[in-house]
Each structure stands twice: as C-alpha cells, then as structure tokens.
Design a protein around this ligand. Structure first.
Ligand code: NAD
Ligand code: UDP
Length: 312
C-alpha cells in the first residue's frame, strides 16, 4: 500500500484517479480547494479507511507524508480558468513549487498533469512531444497555458537540481461522467444543451478540431506513467488520436441523445486553437498505452451520467 497524495482530487479527473488508487489498496490523501471540484465526486470514498480529504489551496505550503504525488489542482475549463486568471497562474506555478518542495522533502515521485495547451495554436499536426508550441503569452488563455508551461519547467528544474523523480503527462481533451453541466467545456455543454432541446452553441464556424479521450482510458495512462521506470520523465502525450470538428461533435451528440436541438453559431473565443491531435507514438512505445474507447461509446456513458444529473 503506497501513500498517495492527489491534488485536485475532488475534480473531474482527480476523483476518477482517487477511485482507481483507492480500489487498488493505496492510502489516498485528496487535497482540493473545491473551487471547481465538488465533494459529491468523492462522497462514496469519504467513509473508506484508506481515503482522506483535506480542503486546502495548493498555493499555500502543505505538510504531509507521501510516496507519490499526483498534481492535478487547476481549473481546466476556459470559462473557469479565465474567471480569476491571477489565481489560475498562481495555482499552476506556486502550486507546483509547493508540491515539488513536498516531493523533495519526502522523496515522493511527482506526477504533473500538464496539457496539450502547451502546444497553443500549433503549426505542426499532429503534435508530438518535441514540438515547442505556439502560445500567445499575453492572451486570455495564457494564465492557463503559460502557467502549465512554467509548471513543466519547474518539474524539470527540480529533477535536474534536486534529483526529484518526475512524470509529466500532456493531457488532450478528456471527457466522461462527473463533468459538471456548467463546466463550460464543449462535450458537457453540447450534451446538456441537447438534453434540454436547447440550441447547440458552436463557437466560430465549427471547423476547429479536437481529439477526445474517454476518462477511463486516460486513467489507465496515468497509472502506467506513474509506475513506469524512473528514467522516463516524459513529457508524454496522453490522448485519443481520433480528430473531430466541433460541428461533427454537435451532430453526434444530437443523434445520440435523439434531441430536437439545432446548432447556432456564436463568436470564436480569442486564441482558440484551430487543430488538435496527439501523436501518441511515445506513449505506445514507453507505456504500452493506447486508448480503447471510441467516441460514440464514451459519449453514451457521459450522456447517461448527465441525463441522471439533469432529471434526478
Ligand atoms: P476540474 O476543474 O474538474 O478539476 C480541477 C480540480 O482542482 C478541482 O477539484 C478544483 O477544485 C481543484 N483546484 C483548483 N485550484 C486549486 C487550488 N489552488 N488548490 C487546490 N485545489 C484546486 O478539471 P479536470 O478536468 O479534472 O482537470 C484536472 C487537471 O488535469 C488540471 O490540472 C487540468 O489542467 C488537467 N487537464 C485536464 C484536461 C481535460 O480535458 N480534462 C486536459 C488537459 C489537462
Ligand atoms: N466550443 C464550442 N461550443 C461550446 C464550448 C466550446 O464550440 O459550447 C469549442 C471551443 O471554442 C473549442 C472547442 O469547442 O474550439 C473545445 O473547447 P473546450 O473549452 O472544451 O476545450 P479547449 O478549447 O480548452 O480545448
């Protein structure tokens, strides 16, 4: 049984990670400020002897014992991370410093949830890990993508300077149960709108693309990465290479929900990337990982979950 600290553990991805870690017998300390996460996501874990929750903001130092630290704390949806951009940047940067300091003190292995946003609006397609990215450092997305880039820098500097064991994953758009109806990201927005027969809001012309990974596939990748040989630091892309235009996604959601919704087109947010698709050659080679769940199956699970949230 390992002592595992999960920051952001009450969020969408963090709560699935806590489930996976608890079910394999680890002692999990879930640390979360609940800014975008919720206790409902971890309600079923609270009474278990190998699970503990601590409400705490990672921008403040933390004293805890850990053998592994998964650092997921950070709002991930553009509307949420842009609503308090200074706090978003602080969470990524000061949060990473605090958690890396803890890893340095305890000798814990440190896992950083980075993002495909480090590639910005890419000139290379698909994106592999050697691409340095094209990010607007002063735009409204910068608090998130520059914060995450800085967190990666910190990981590699702690690794080189202090010998901290690091595992950096670049996560591409992931979806699944426990996304909140008001999360603001495209999959939950479209499903929520479709279930209400409301107009589906396409930003821009809907021809921008994203690649969507189902949460269970991502969790398998997280665990493989954390438990991979210590000389493999990453960064490694984790995502599903299937690439869809937002208009295509809207049509899929309408059809799977049997909705009467029509699509409407609204303005495209600033710096919205045109294309996004992971090259997962490295994850396949180093982790023997690739996603198994296709978009239709994953959407069905997510629709079932959001239907319950909406109607129960
Ligand atoms: P989420 O918003 O559901 O979860 C983030 C969690 O972090 C929430 O529970 C929130 O309350 C907590 N948090 C935020 N700031 C905090 C702070 N200062 N101190 C303590 N807790 C704090 O989002 P998610 O989709 O679960 O994302 C989890 C992580 O994965 C994030 O770091 C995100 O950047 C990264 N990521 C997610 C995706 C995706 O598609 N879901 C893609 C790329 C990267
Ligand atoms: N998007 C959209 N309608 C929505 C929400 C998002 O068309 O209601 C678009 C958004 O402009 C982007 C894509 O869907 O091009 C993915 O957006 P999301 O916020 O989910 O993720 P990110 O932009 O961070 O990849």
């Amino acid at each position: 049984m390992a002592k595992v600290l999960v920051t952001g553990g009450a969020g969408f991805l963090g709560s699935h990670l806590c489930d996976a870690l608890v079910s394999t017998g680890n002692a999990v300390l879930c640390v979360d400020s609940l800014v975008t996460g919720s206790k409902e996501n971890i309600d079923h874990l609270l009474s278990l002897p190998n699970f503990e929750f601590m409400q705490h903001d990672v921008t403040l130092p933390l004293s805890a014992e850990a053998e592994q630290i998964y650092n997921l704390a950070c709002p991930a949806s553009p509307i949420h991370y842009q609503s308090d951009p200074v706090q978003t940047m602080k969470t990524s940067v000061q949060g990473a410093i605090n958690m890396l300091d803890l890893a340095k003190r305890t000798g814990a292995r440190f896992f950083q949830a980075s993002t495909s946003e480090v590639y910005g609006d890419p000139e290379e397609h698909p994106q592999d890990e050697s691409y340095w990215g094209r990010v607007n450092p002063i735009g409204t997305r910068a608090c998130y993508n520059e914060g995450k880039r800085c967190a990666e820098t910190l990981c590699f500097d702690y690794h080189r300077q202090h010998g901290t064991e690091i595992k950096v994953v670049r996560i591409f758009n992931t979806y699944g149960p426990r996304m909140r109806p008001n999360d603001g990201r495209v999959v939950s927005n479209f499903i929520f709108q479709a279930l209400h027969n409301h107009p589906i809001t396409i930003y821009g012309d809907g021809m921008q693309t994203r690649s969507f990974c189902y949460v269970d596939d991502l969790m398998a990748g997280f665990l493989k990465m954390m438990n991979s040989p210590s000389d493999f630091t990453g960064p490694v892309n984790l995502g599903n290479p299937g690439e869809y235009a937002m208009l295509e996604l809207a049509e899929k959601v309408i059809s799977l929900t049997h909705s009467k919704s029509k699509v409407i087109f609204t303005s495209l947010p600033a710096d919205d990337p045109r294309r996004r698709r992971p090259d997962i050659t490295l994850a396949k080679a180093k982790l023997a990982w690739e996603p198994k769940i296709c978009l239709d199956d994953g959407l069905r699970e997510t629709i079932d979950y959001l239907r319950k949230v909406v109607y129960e």
